[in-house]
Design a protein around this ligand. Structure first.
Ligand code: NAD
Length: 388
């Protein structure tokens, strides 16, 4: 298949491009390098050094003999987006290319507006480009489990059968997201469902859980192929941040009581889920939704797993929660779609965590301790952290 990976320079986009290329697909990546720009803006960097795109693709050619074409441009630019898709003529577009940090979107008005403009307009441009160039193209779009929030009923895979006043219909599952970023994903889902229903496009929305891990079988083949590893309070995901705190001998910082429960998955499962969704496309006119997660843990449970696995003493510190979220809640998610397509999950095992301790140990001299303290407060429209 010809597969275009949008956001191919990111934490997940790059290892996904390598995995798809390794599996024999003809892969191209596109990115505007905005993510590297947020690092400059926030004064942070990936724990593991990452190479520029040209070095990455050259290294992959050397290691595997395979070529990955790269496009540099912004999806918010509709002309660029349509011309790129016309040029590469993909069978599948995997769309990772959005601003993806909830705290970043909650800094102030400017960051909230940027996030929704970047994400919603970029996604709309992709939909229009598919409709114009070739409506057969399958869109595989990264959503998030955070779109659903934490409702007090079971979370289904995207759709819910509702009976109201004696009549029944299949409706999009109601969403209760927790940040302007998560809201942007809800808006995307509605726009994609509309494009499938009205134009007959085919799309898979992958409502992904929180990803952990840094290495895949492809990225470990050469240090130039490494993907990012973020640990700061804005972009770092919780398990990755706890690993670094443990290695540095710092307390693991749990927000609130730690009862918040989230769906999670290993980075090796992310890349495999994308392959499975791409190789088994949705039908024309179908808006297919999979919940892309393998296990659920509360933040407190994750902290305890890290503390128990680490060879040394680890303290857990409970901070006032800067976010507005339920501390204790019901959480029961259906996630059978990808398993039915053949996913064999890597569950959170000591082996994975120990390999992450190794990565953190190797690069701990690069850690900026101040970057791990939360600075963005959900309750205030303008957090103390300002970029202007
Ligand atoms: P990332 O920020 O590392 O990667 C996103 C990439 O998209 C970056 O390289 C960025 O430069 C690029 N990009 C952003 N806006 C763009 C634009 N307008 N035009 C072109 N390129 C643009 O994020 P990630 O962690 O790899 O996440 C990828 C996707 O998966 C995101 O859509 C995110 O919402 C979703 N997701 C991630 C996680 C997670 O735990 N990392 C969990 C759930 C969902």
């Amino acid at each position: 298949m010809r597969i275009l990976v949008l956001g191919g320079d990111g934490y997940l986009g790059w290892p996904t491009a390598l995995h798809l290329s390794d599996c024999g697909h003809d892969v191209a990546v596109a990115d505007n390098y905005a993510r590297r720009g947020y690092d400059h803006e926030m004064g942070v960097q990936s724990l593991v050094p990452i190479e520029p795109m040209q070095v990455r693709v050259n290294a992959w050619r050397e290691v595997s003999g395979k070529t990955i074409k790269s496009y540099c441009g912004d999806l918010v630019d509709g002309e660029f987006t349509v011309e790129m898709i016309r040029d590469f003529r993909p069978d599948t577009i995997v769309h990772f290319a959005e601003q993806r940090a909830a705290p970043y979107s909650m800094i102030d008005r400017k960051h909230a507006v940027y996030t929704q403009h970047n994400n919603v307009v970029g996604n709309l441009n992709v939909l229009f480009a598919i409709q114009e160039v070739d409506p057969e193209i399958h869109l595989v779009k990264l959503g998030t489990m955070g779109e659903y929030g934490t409702p007090n009923i079971d979370i289904e895979e995207g759709w819910l059968e509702v009976t109201h006043n004696g009549r029944t219909d299949r409706m999009l599952y109601p969403k209760k997201p927790g940040s302007f970023y998560h809201l942007s994903k809800v808006h995307d889902s509605h726009n994609i469902e509309f494009a499938c229903r009205i134009w007959g496009l085919r799309a898979t929305d992958l409502n992904q859980g929180v990803v952990y891990g840094q290495e895949t079988p492809q990225t470990v083949q050469d240090p130039r192929l490494a993907t990012r590893f973020d640990y700061d309070a804005i972009f770092g995901t919780v398990l990755n941040r706890f690993v670094i705190q443990a290695v540095l001998g710092h307390p693991l910082t749990v927000y609130g009581s730690g009862g918040q429960t989230r769906g999670m998955l290993d980075i090796r499962d992310t890349v495999e889920c994308i392959r499975l969704a791409s190789e088994n496309p949705a039908d024309r006119g179908e808006f297919r939704v999979f919940n892309q997660m393998t296990e659920s843990y509360s933040v407190g449970e994750i902290a305890k797993i890290i503390a128990n696995t680490f060879d040394g003493s680890v303290e857990i510190e409970y901070l006032d929660n800067p976010r507005v979220e339920q501390a204790e809640h019901y959480y029961n998610v259906k996630h059978t779609g990808l398993v039915e397509l053949g996913l064999q999950p890597h569950l959170l095992s000591n082996t994975l965590i120990e390999s992450l301790f190794g990565v953190a140990e190797q690069y701990k001299h690069r850690v900026d301790l101040a970057a791990m303290r939360p600075t963005v407060n959900w309750r205030s429209a303008a957090s103390p952290l300002r970029s202007e």
